[in-house]
Design a protein around this ligand. Structure first.
Ligand SMILES: Nc1ncnc2c1ncn2[C@@H]1O[C@H](COP(=O)(O)OP(=O)(O)O)[C@@H](O)[C@H]1O
Ligand SMILES: O=C(OP(=O)(O)O)[C@H](O)COP(=O)(O)O
Length: 597
């Protein structure tokens, strides 16, 4: 932290005026709207704050007055202190604001980048008070005062970021002219929302305490259930070791794969426990479950410095539903919640986000912190031309990202299983290749949008097709428009490799997620390895190259090129969502850095 923000922090500390209002994050398993307003306050001398704040929420204005007084030094902060009010409106009607049933509110005050977060209390009464304060009437008033920009639309979580129009606000709140130093344009989700990390509190605090660490230990396994790439496990070690050294009892949780039918041997974290034991040099026991009496007694039996790995949290469907009761069960007997699962931080699941509502301390792990620090830098200031490469098999999760990528990238290259939905949208025959039928229309729209925006959306000109999904399949190279019936595209073809290399030749920043083919089988690995080599060459020429995603990283490791990338990220979908400018739900659930009175 530097500049005025630092002074603001010191001032708040010394003044003793700032009442600490404990940060709290509201969440629901229903769709949610998150609205952020960036307001410019009048001069400190004009506190209590603007009529606009009173207009928005009278109780909140009162709530803030003591906090604001900490920043009320006219000489230091003048009227440039910005106030960000975050509304987390909980309901089950998505964008139909009038149908909102419940809502809650949070707000943050930032002074030149330093943010003291203040929110309303968590009790039912204040929730109810907030709900009534933001009745349909108030919301209509809000809507007329700010312009709402739809930032993301998701079936289970809707997020709207509203940037207050400066002119409108100036009129409403009779604000002075901008002197050019305002941070009104800056989204409050960025620098002002630094999250508490495990190193932000005294390590002595962890001694003898039970720390729940949600890591992403979702590593690729082969048919013999052996780990084929342990990058994510190794990346999780610094946090675990920091905590065990401090005398914590570490309860480690993760998912592995996407089990849909409850517990299954092939999705067990057993191999991970074995690998952790080797890497940590101490026994890491695998609990038989992630909740329940047996787990409770195992946690109770932990000694300082012990590590217990819970069984796959996705053996319960409640995990992905971000179920409240399941979140509560995970939180039982836990002193600290630590999120280190960057690769899963884009999921609003019980163990990544829901649990945060039932613990008193929610901290970022060292891996999460490192990833966010690096990727936020790349994302906020990419050197152009900026190229994104998207492949792999998680079509429905990633196809929706492409539209946003077109806003920030000069070129978007598509490979892997992603391409066939686009080919189908163009009416081409794709044989029995991977296609997500319900995304064909979206693919068509995206191709049209790319044309309108003048962004190059590059699809491979040829593919390697196989007669079965197997390492010993018969193969043929086909033009992308003519994959024979019964054959499936499992890699990009030789001409596509040249095409992609050409497209990447002038790139200064490249973000890659998703292999170009089924690289696990040697005959379909060429496209992926060729892209990895091209990225390595670009790095040596000074480009910023980022590879993210469990399988993409495994592929780059397999090619022996991981150390030739500027950054190897443990998250594929997560890095793409960061690139879109989204707030990752897991990160949003963590505590903001506090200002102490
Ligand atoms: N053409 C294809 N058809 C089917 N699967 C594919 C194809 N191309 C790549 N894949 C598979 O995609 C998987 C990785 O996808 P994904 O999970 O989205 O990547 P990451 O883990 O890097 O985010 C790999 O296991 C790979 O075999
Ligand atoms: O592998 C993961 O994501 P990624 O493939 O986007 O890197 C994470 O473990 C998240 O898994 P999910 O996409 O099944 O939620």
């Amino acid at each position: 932290m530097c500049g005025p923000g630092r002074h603001a922090h010191q001032r708040a500390n010394r003044s003793g005026n700032a009442s600490i209002i404990q940060p709290h994050h509201y969440r629901t398993s229903s769709p949610a709207l998150l609205i952020k307003f960036h307001l410019v306050l009048p001069p400190a001398s004009k506190f209590p704050p603007s009529p606009l704040l009173h207009h928005l929420h009278p109780p909140l204005a009162t709530h803030y007055s003591s906090l604001l007084s900490a920043f009320a030094s006219p000489r230091k902060y003048r009227w440039r202190t910005s106030l960000s009010v975050a509304l987390c409106i909980l309901g089950n009607s998505g964008l139909a604001v009038s149908k909102m049933e419940t809502l809650a509110m949070g707000a943050s005050v930032s002074a030149s980048g330093l943010c003291a977060r203040a929110t309303a209390q968590t009790s039912q009464t204040s929730r109810a008070a907030l709900a009534s304060a933001f009745s349909g009437k108030s919301l209509r008033a809000l809507k007329s005062n700010v312009s709402l920009t739809l930032a993301s639309q998701r079936p289970r979580q809707l997020r709207v970021v509203a940037e207050a129009q400066k002119e409108t606000l100036s009129k409403t709140a009779q604000l002075p002219e901008d002197d050019g130093t305002s941070d009104v344009q800056r989204p409050a989700t960025k620098g002002s929302d630094r999250k508490m990390s495990i190193k932000d509190i005294d390590s002595k605090e962890y001694k003898g305490k039970t720390v729940f660490v949600r890591a992403d230990l979702n590593v690729p396994l082969n048919d013999q259930l052996e780990i084929t790439d342990d990058t994510r496990i190794r990346a999780s070690l610094p946090t675990i070791q920091y905590l065990t050294k401090a005398g914590a009892k570490v309860v480690l949780a993760s998912h592995l794969g996407r089990p849909k039918k409850g517990p299954e041997e092939r999705f067990s974290l057993k191999p991970v426990a074995g690998r952790l034991t080797e890497l940590l040099g101490q026994t890491v026991e695998l609990a038989p479950d992630c909740i329940g009496d047996e787990v409770k007694s195992k946690i109770a039996g932990l000694k300082e410095g012990d590590v217990l790995l819970l069984e796959n949290v996705r053996f319960y469907k409640e995990e992905e539903k971000n179920d409240i009761e399941f979140s509560k069960k995970l939180s039982e007997n836990i002193d600290f919640f630590v999120l280190d699962a960057f690769g899963t931080a884009h999921r609003a699941h019980a163990s990544t986000a829901g649990i945060a509502d039932y613990v008193t301390s929610r901290l970022a792990g060292l891996l999460l912190e490192k990833e966010l620090e690096y990727l936020s830098g790349v994302v906020q200031k990419p050197t152009k031309p900026f190229v994104a490469i998207v492949g792999g098999s998680k079509i429905s999760s990633k196809i929706t990202v492409i539209e946003s990528l077109m806003n920030v990238c000069d070129k978007v290259i598509l490979g892997g299983g992603m391409i066939f939905t686009f080919f189908r949208a163009e009416g081409k025959s794709v044989g029995s290749s991977l296609v997500e039928e319900d995304k064909i229309e979206l693919a068509k729209n995206l191709a049209e949008l790319a044309k309108k925006k003048g962004v190059e959306l590059i699809l491979p000109v040829d593919v390697i097709a196989a007669d079965k999904f197997a390492p010993d399949a018969n193969v043929q190279t086909c033009s992308a428009s003519s994959i024979p019936d019964g054959w499936m595209g499992l890699d990009i073809g030789p001409d596509a490799i040249k095409q992609f290399q050409e497209a990447l030749s002038d790139a200064k920043t490249v973000l890659w997620n998703g292999p170009m083919g089924v690289f696990e089988f040697e005959q379909f690995a060429k496209g992926t390895f060729a892209v990895a080599e091209t990225m390595a060459e670009l790095t040596s020429k000074g480009a910023i190259t980022v590879v993210g995603g469990g399988d993409s990283v495994a592929a780059v490791e397999k090619a022996g090129l991981a150390d030739k990338m500027s950054h190897v990220s443990t998250g594929g979908g997560a890095s793409l969502e960061l690139l879109e400018g989204k707030v990752l739900p897991g990160v949003a659930a963590l505590d903001d850095v506090r200002i102490h009175a």
